[in-house]
Each structure stands twice: as structure tokens, then as C-alpha cells.
Design a protein around this ligand. Structure first.
Ligand code: HEC
Ligand code: HEC
Ligand code: HEC
Ligand code: HEC
Length: 231
């Protein structure tokens, strides 16, 4: 009986393996790689606080805010495990930011980068290039299921909630609404924020290389108001 059970489990795991494996094996690439094709999103992202999030952990930066949150403004928090999960890309996950990494590798992950919101990109970035090739050759679109299997994420509410709001995993942010009401997080407001308060890059018109679910409920709105010239 026990052997039969193990056999059933083994067959089940083997059947599940291909999709799960591709997403599991995906590692973080850093924003530079995405920016090779998506240069306009990358340029716009550079102007957001996300692109400089690790700097906030340096001594002497935002001293007033730190003191208010009972942190030590003179302390260097740039290697502090209680902070790095929300101030870098992929800290604590395979291939994610690690202060012990070689500096060149650490540098591209020392930000809240593309993959903090879109998922670890080593597998799905290739699908993007391949899909573009097919589309430009004969107009064939590629199903977004392929992207999900390669580890791309489309649940932006969930992506933000890793770092923002009341329900983040531990350790939590020292900057809570109890300290200042401005630290409360409202997804619908934050995802649309512009100007100096911008959290997400500007949007650029897509040509429609990908089709099918999942598509975020705000895609229509973002694309309607999107700028020309992106990829
Ligand atoms: C669970 C995620 C999370 C953790 C852990 C975290 N932070 Fe942050 N941090 C954030 C978010 C999100 C913001 C932006 C808050 C906002 O503006 O509403 C932020 C903002 C900041 C700011 C800017 C505050 C301001 O008002 O200018 C500083 C400084 C900072 N964090 C330092 C730290 C330090 C130091 C640690 C570790 C002791 C830490 N953070 C841990 C998520 C986190
Ligand atoms: C890996 C952690 C992380 C993720 C994921 C993340 N953020 Fe942030 N976010 C931060 C940190 C840290 C800051 C603080 C930057 C600063 O103060 O300069 C911040 C700042 C912001 C700000 C600017 C706040 C202000 O008033 O200056 C907005 C807006 C924002 N994030 C929206 C979002 C949205 C929307 C998502 C999801 C689509 C998201 N963030 C995902 C960590 C994260
Ligand atoms: C704070 C979260 C966040 C970060 C960081 C982020 N994005 Fe996005 N991105 C979004 C959201 C939200 C959308 C809108 C999704 C939709 O329309 O379905 C989006 C849409 C896109 C799109 C679709 C076209 C468009 O312009 O709307 C591309 C391409 C893209 N992002 C690339 C990037 C690249 C490249 C980076 C890094 C340089 C990046 N993103 C960083 C949240 C983020
Ligand atoms: C080889 C070029 C290339 C690279 C590298 C690349 N992409 Fe893309 N990406 C594309 C193309 C082409 C599309 C389809 C654009 C369209 O339909 O207009 C796309 C589409 C997207 C979309 C929208 C998907 C949808 O729902 O339609 C997002 C989000 C995105 N890319 C994010 C990223 C991120 C994050 C990275 C880095 C990990 C990345 N891309 C790397 C070429 C690339």
C-alpha cells in the first residue's frame, strides 16, 4: 500500500514538474536586462523612489523620518536583514539580492527593480524575445500562460503587498500609519500615482504580442492613457 501511495505521488509530481520547474528555476536578472528592450519603462522607473530604495538604508539619509520611527539615523542599515527584503530585488530568494554577492551582480539588484513587481525574469525574458520574433514574422500572438509558466506575475496587488501595507510578511516596515497616516497604502491610488509621488513607471502602448489571461483589471485604463514608442 505504502509503495503504491509513493508511486502515485511520484507520478503526480512528475506530471506537475515542467510548469512548476520553469517558474521555480527562474532567477533574478536585474533591471538592466529588461531595459535593453523596455528602455522607456526603464527610464521612467529610474525617476521613482524604487530605483533608489537601498540608499534609504544609508546613515544620514531621511534622518527625521528615521528618528520618528525610532530608528537610529546614524546607523548603517544596508546589510540589515530586517530591511533588505523591501529595499532590494529578491532578497532571501534564489538569485536575489545578497550583500555578500560580487559587487557587479549586487548592483543591479540593489533596487526595487522590474522583477519586484513582474517576477524573476531569467526564463520569461526569453519568451518575450521569442514571442516578438513570431509576431513580427507572421502576426502570431503568444498566450500569456507561457509567461505564467516561466514565472512572470500579473497580480500586482500581491506584488505590492510584499512591501506595502498592513499585511506584509515579517519583518514589517518600521514606517506604519501609526507613526504617520501618510504611510497607509491604497493600491488603486498608489498604482496610479504620478509626478513626484510616482511608484510605477509611465505606461507605453503595447502592440499586442501577447494574448489571453491573465490580464490585470487596470490594463485597459493604463493602455488607453499610454504613451507611444514603447516595447
Ligand atoms: C515590509 C517591508 C519593509 C521593511 C522590512 C522595511 N521597509 Fe523601509 N520602507 C518600506 C516601504 C513600503 C516604504 C515606503 C513607505 C511610504 O512612503 O509609504 C519604506 C520607506 C522607508 C524609508 C523612507 C521613509 C520616509 O518617510 O522618508 C526609510 C528611511 C526606510 N524605509 C528605512 C528602512 C529601514 C532602516 C528598515 C529596517 C530597519 C526598513 N526600512 C525596513 C518597506 C519596508
Ligand atoms: C520590494 C519592495 C517593494 C515593492 C514590491 C513595491 N514597493 Fe513601492 N516602495 C518601496 C519602498 C522601499 C519605497 C520607498 C521609496 C522612497 O521613499 O524613496 C516605495 C515607495 C513607493 C511609492 C512612493 C511613495 C511616496 O509617497 O513617495 C509608491 C507610490 C509605491 N511605492 C507604490 C508601489 C506599488 C503600486 C507597488 C506594486 C505595483 C509597489 N510600490 C511595490 C518598496 C516596494
Ligand atoms: C512598482 C511595481 C513595478 C515596477 C518596479 C516595474 N513595473 Fe512594469 N508595470 C507595473 C504595473 C502595475 C504595470 C501595468 C500592468 C498592466 O497594464 O497590465 C506595468 C506594466 C509594464 C509593461 C507593459 C506596458 C506598459 O508600459 O504599461 C512593461 C513592458 C513593463 N511594465 C516593464 C517594466 C520594466 C522593464 C521595469 C523595470 C525597468 C518595470 N516594468 C518595473 C508595475 C511595475
Ligand atoms: C528581448 C527583448 C525583451 C526583453 C529582454 C524583455 N522583454 Fe518584456 N516584452 C518584450 C516584448 C516584445 C513584449 C511585447 C510588447 C507588446 O506587445 O507590445 C514584452 C512584453 C512585456 C510585458 C507586457 C506583457 C503583457 O501582458 O502583454 C511586461 C510586463 C514585460 N514585457 C516586462 C519585462 C521584464 C520585467 C523584463 C526583464 C525581466 C522583460 N520584459 C524583458 C521584449 C522583451
Amino acid at each position: 500500500m505504502k509503495n503504491l501511495f509513493l508511486f502515485v505521488v511520484a507520478v503526480g509530481l512528475a506530471l506537475m514538474a515542467p510548469a512548476a520547474q520553469a517558474a521555480d528555476k527562474a532567477t533574478f536578472e536585474g533591471a538592466k536586462v529588461c531595459g535593453k528592450c523596455h528602455d522607456l519603462q526603464a527610464e521612467s522607473w529610474q525617476t521613482t523612489g524604487h530605483a533608489k530604495a537601498l540608499d534609504l538604508l544609508k546613515p544620514g539619509i531621511r534622518s527625521e523620518a528615521k528618528a520618528k520611527a525610532k530608528l537610529d539615523p546614524a546607523k548603517d542599515y544596508t546589510a540589515d536583514a530586517n530591511c533588505l527584503g523591501c529595499h532590494t530585488t529578491g532578497y532571501g530568494e534564489a538569485g536575489g539580492y545578497d550583500p555578500a554577492m560580487p559587487p557587479a551582480q549586487a548592483k543591479v539588484l540593489a533596487v526595487v527593480g522590474c522583477e519586484s513587481c513582474h517576477g524573476a525574469g531569467s526564463a520569461f525574458k526569453k519568451e518575450h524575445g521569442d514571442a516578438e520574433g513570431r509576431f513580427k514574422k507572421g502576426g502570431a500572438t503568444t498566450d500569456r500562460k507561457v509567461l505564467v509558466e516561466a514565472g512572470q506575475t500579473f497580480d500586482y496587488e500581491k506584488a505590492c503587498a510584499r512591501c506595502h501595507g498592513a499585511a506584509t510578511p515579517k519583518p514589517a516596515s518600521p514606517f506604519t500609519p501609526a507613526i504617520d497616516a501618510k504611510y497607509a497604502f491604497d493600491f488603486d491610488k498608489a498604482v496610479r500615482a504620478g509626478g513626484k509621488a510616482k511608484g510605477v513607471h509611465d505606461h507605453f502602448k503595447l502592440i499586442g504580442v501577447f494574448a489571453g489571461e491573465p490580464v490585470h483589471r487596470l490594463r485597459g485604463e493604463f493602455q488607453k492613457n499610454a504613451k507611444e514608442g514603447g516595447e
